[in-house]
Design a protein around this ligand. Structure first.
Ligand code: ATP
Ligand code: MG
Length: 325
């Protein structure tokens, strides 16, 4: 059994908005295991980024963890003080946030991004930081001499993304969370970065969480996958098992919606319907209005999580009801 590094249990995160509370993550349970690449996949608005931000407690001020725990080394990140979290962020768990390409400060050279990041986390030795930065930039196949003295606008999107990956590794974290790290890149650059991440994971022995809306990318990079729908984790399993035999109807349709993953292009079908209004999600199973397999309990009861062995978890009445087939 792989060692669990982070155990998320029954996590609920809400945003307080002018239209009222919006439950972006709802009763999510999930583990992040030592040495793996865990993929988190789901359509836009399913709560992937909110979940990741909750783990590092970098949620925007209008968001609140309402319930649940995030256990890391025997301690609950959800309840930790800001002072204690500071010792963990970046040094033990780091993140490349979504749309990070725009997060680099256009007025700072890349070297200063490394120096400022280290300083913000209590490391003042500039020479040491630049040495480490050069090493990391080489690992992501960039020329440190050129890149460290460049401004962000002098680099391509793929180069900037690699700088951000190097930056996330600056303080030797054990876990790196990458939120849509390849979404804005062309296919070839995306391919290059995926290979690079796999290599870094092996070489540095780190654990990665890779967030994407693209199930094809998950098939390529992840060891295990968690599928999110409307704020809930609806299926978890080893990538091979989930692709070979997706259980949750949403996962089945998600895999069918992508050309080349399974079956012929004629078989390819978009998922019917549209994502729910998160202010007013459907009663019962949140997927039932779009589900071709729905039956009598689905619009009335929220399905519970069913554990099926081999770490396979699914939340669907097909697996809780005897009539399943
Ligand atoms: N700052 C915010 N204020 C209010 N609601 C928010 C805020 N950020 C996100 N939400 C809402 O929370 C839900 C989950 O959003 P989140 O960004 O976590 O989804 P996501 O799965 O990361 O989507 P994407 O694939 O588009 O990045 C959505 O309904 C979104 O509208
Ligand atoms: Mg997101």
């Amino acid at each position: 059994m792989p060692e669990t590094l982070i155990a998320i249990d029954d996590l609920v995160v809400e945003y307080f908005t002018l239209r009222g509370p919006l439950r972006a993550v709802d009763s999510a349970s999930l583990t992040i295991n030592q040495g793996e690449i865990l993929g988190i996949v789901g359509e836009s608005g399913s709560g992937k980024s909110t979940l990741a931000q909750a783990v590092l407690r970098i949620l925007p001020p209008q968001a609140r963890i309402v319930r649940g725990s995030i256990t890391y080394r025997g301690r609950d990140l959800a309840k930790m003080s800001e002072g204690e979290l500071k010792k963990i962020r970046w040094k033990e768990i780091s993140m490349v946030p979504q749309a990070a390409l725009n997060a680099l400060n256009p007025t700072l050279r890349i070297r200063d991004h490394f120096i400022e990041t280290a300083k913000a986390h209590g490391v003042a030795d500039k020479r040491g930081v630049i040495e480490k930065a050069s090493e990391l930039l080489e690992q992501v196949r960039l020329d440190p001499k050129r890149v460290l003295s460049s401004y962000p606008h002098e680099l391509s999107g793929g180069m900037k993304q690699r700088v951000l990956i190097a930056l996330s590794l600056l303080l030797d974290p054990q876990i790196v969370i990458l939120d849509e790290p390849t979404t804005a890149l062309d296919v070839l650059t995306q391919r290059f970065i995926l290979d690079l991440l796999k290599e870094l994971k092996e070489r540095l022995g780190i654990t990665m969480v890779f967030i994407t809306h693209d199930i094809a990318v998950i098939a390529d990079i992840a060891d295990r996958v968690a599928v999110m729908y409307a704020g809930q984790v609806v299926e978890v399993g080893n990538v091979f098992d989930v692709f070979y035999e997706p259980l949750h109807p949403y996962t089945r349709l998600l895999i069918k919606s992508v050309p080349g993953l399974k079956g012929d292009i004629e078989d390819m079908r978009p998922i019917p319907g549209s994502p729910p209004d998160m202010f007013n999600p459907p009663e019962g199973c949140r997927f039932h209005p779009r589900c071709p397999w729905k039956f009598e309990p689905c619009d009335r009861f929220d399905p519970s999580l069913v554990k099926l062995g081999d770490g396979r978890i699914v939340s669907c009445h097909l697996y809780t009801d005897k009539r399943a087939g």
